[in-house]
Design a protein around this ligand. Structure first.
Ligand code: GDP
Ligand code: MG
Length: 376
């Protein structure tokens, strides 16, 4: 068996599999791949399926083929268009996350974008007031998807916006959030909220943050702390300015073309819609009728909705959407990949299920053997 790299060009793959390039190309076309140019990049999932076709056992580079979403090769990224950055709001309960989001979100409502009742899809898109720049807020960041992705070493988010109440300071969930932001390796910005409260103590919060290993600006570090009040609106403009500066630094980009890739945020069965998921598109442009795979579920995209329940004809990178058409429910944090055909989507899912089953059986055998050793 051979170990497959995360990415290989079709010509690399031919070398790896020790087959003639033209034979590989022909086989791939028979399998339903439309792009078989020598420079076309194949991820390890697809490479494994192709290796299977040649009777070669290909090991994906990580665990059972449901690892992190594929990053585009870095050298191409700079040439890609900007995408809305994904900002996760994190912090201790009741410290003012939802209130702050409502503030950011109200700019949409003010602009008269009436979409009726807002659906909870765990993420929403809004335009910042000062720059009109589009951003995607992830509003349930203690969120399963966030944690699961982190375990896999991938990031759903580009920026963590940490919310700490000035009258309560650093609490257990604040520390958790700091840990996540550090592990994810993404920049953090701190909003010290509720500064209108009589018990507010901004200096204490800053000191507690420094003690909790945040390299706060006041102590010579790089993490900005912005005091705000959602009640008096004091500081909210400064917060937006700081956020905008960070957004410029991270310079989030993604290709709008090519195979779609995304991350599942939530999975739900909904009355009238069937099996649905919310997801954030990471690259490519999601459209109805696309065949998708996520975890051990596949989807023939029926409808795409934004958080205002508006049906979309397409969703470019950085867009949070709800989609319908799943045959099964994938899990939060699962990577969504576009398949070349519905048939291919089914095969990928069958292949993954088989790998999981095999791993499970191997584990059972291991346990049985272990128990035998203990018995004797
Ligand atoms: P979350 O649990 O972090 O989402 O916190 P919420 O946004 O639900 O806020 C918890 C409570 O704090 C609510 O009663 C808010 O009205 C209140 N709150 C939030 N921000 C402020 C603020 O800046 N000043 C004051 N005085 N109260 C606030
Ligand atoms: Mg809340």
């Amino acid at each position: 068996s051979i170990v497959l790299p995360k990415f290989a060009t079709v010509s690399n793959l031919a070398t790896l599999l020790q087959v003639r390039f033209v034979d590989l190309q022909q086989r791939m076309q028979d399998m339903g791949y439309s792009d078989t140019d020598p420079d076309h990049i194949v991820d390890d999932e697809n490479a494994q399926l192709i290796a299977d076709e040649f009777g070669i056992e290909g090991q994906v580079s990580q665990s059972h083929g449901d690892d992190v979403y594929a990053q585009p090769p870095p050298e191409n990224l700079a040439a890609c268009p900007e995408r809305p950055p994904v900002i996760a709001l994190m912090g201790h309960v009741d410290h003012g996350k939802t209130t702050l989001l409502d503030y950011f979100r109200s700019s949409q409502i003010v602009k008269g974008e009436k979409g009726g009742i807002t659906q909870h899809i765990g993420a929403f898109m809004t335009n910042l007031r000062q720059t009109n720049r589009q951003v995607c807020f992830l509003d349930t960041p203690g969120h399963e998807a966030f944690l699961k992705l982190r375990q896999r070493g991938a990031n759903l988010t580009d920026i963590v916006l940490l919310v700490v109440a000035a009258d309560d300071s650093v609490m257990p969930q604040t520390k958790e959030a700091i840990k996540h932001a550090k592990a994810a390796g993404v920049p953090m910005l701190v909003a010290i909220t509720k500064i209108d409260r009589p018990e507010a103590n901004i200096e204490k919060v800053t000191a507690d943050l420094a003690a909790a290993d945040v390299d706060v600006e006041d102590y010579g570090g790089e993490t900005q702390t912005i005091p705000v009040s959602a009640v008096t609106k004091q500081g909210v403009d400064d917060l937006e300015t700081a956020l905008t500066a960070l957004i410029e630094v991270i310079d989030a980009r993604a290709p709008k073309y090519g195979n779609v890739e995304g991350v599942i945020v939530e999975s739900q069965k909904l009355k009238g819609l069937g099996l649905t998921t919310s997801m954030i598109v990471r690259r490519g442009t999601l459209k109805p009728k696309m065949p998708l795979v996520a975890g051990t579920a596949h989807c023939h995209v029926r409808q795409i909705f934004n958080e205002n329940n508006k049906a979309l004809k397409e969703a470019p990178p950085g867009t949070p959407v709800r989609i319908t058409g799943w045959q099964d429910l994938p899990e939060p944090g699962d990577t969504v990949l576009q398949a070349s055909s519905e048939d291919m989507a089914k095969r990928v899912v069958a292949n993954r299920k088989r790998l999981i089953q095999e791993a499970l059986e191997a584990k059972q055998v291991e346990i049985i053997n272990e128990n035998r050793r203990i018995e004797h």
